[in-house]
Ligand binder design. Sequence first.
Ligand SMILES: [Zn+2]
Length: 299
Amino acid sequence: MPHALLLAGVQGMGKREFALFAAAALLCEQPSIKGACGNCGACNQLAADAHADYRYIATEEGSEVIKVDAIRQLVDWLHLTANGKSYRVAIINDADAMNRNSANGLLKTLEEPGDGTILILVSNKPGSLPATIRSRCQKINITNQDAAAAISWLEGQGIADGASALHAAGGAPYRVIWQQEGEWSEEQRLLTKAWVDLICHRASVGKIVDSLKDYPTSRCLAQFSQLTAMTTAQQQGRQSGADPATVEAVSATVDCLQSEQWFTIYDRLQQLTRSDSASFKTQAVLEGLFADIRLMIQG
Ligand SMILES: [Zn+2]
């Protein structure tokens, strides 16, 4: 095991879940190929959120940054003598939310984390992490390599048509679950409105981009990918099983472009998602994309 891992990939791919799975397996007293046993003392302590060799850091509620205090506490904890018998594992979720001080506070620890210490950084926007942090981590891209497994997992979660749902969610299985649970509804509503405004020419590109300034680029791209995927599905006469508001948005936009153009837009969105475009300024990425789409519509 390397001392520091960086799990990268789009939102909803299951990076955090994978980090939790790996942490549990590392701490378990009798792990198997399937991960932690779920029964031993270590597993019970972890389940009770009371494992002495485990820490989980994320943004606090209502805050968008991981503050330096949280990182300092983590670093202090890591410097306590490891017991030598087992791993100590710390997860930093949304690691790109560390501000400059936080990232600097973590740097030295990343260089010399100590015996048996494993830091797992999780990020949708690895490009936003300082290069000094990235270079000290082994990066693992979490992608949807096994769609069949994701589909059967979704169907096991009670999703009727796992294949369509996964496609509509841009291949990110947890997005399907979040949508099912009605999370992100306000964000989805706003992003969907921006998309309809763009395609139907209801506002200027500048104004639309401005309305999105509070949302991470990765989430905008994921939402637009989903809408585009549903639109192409509708053009091919496939049902996508979306909520009424999404169906309405798709109906409003579907005839504004030819089907090849929708595919072109979908490819562009996927490309932007894959490249670390989330690390660019939202405004620049979206402005370029939107201007090109407007040209397509006019052309
Ligand atoms: Zn166990």
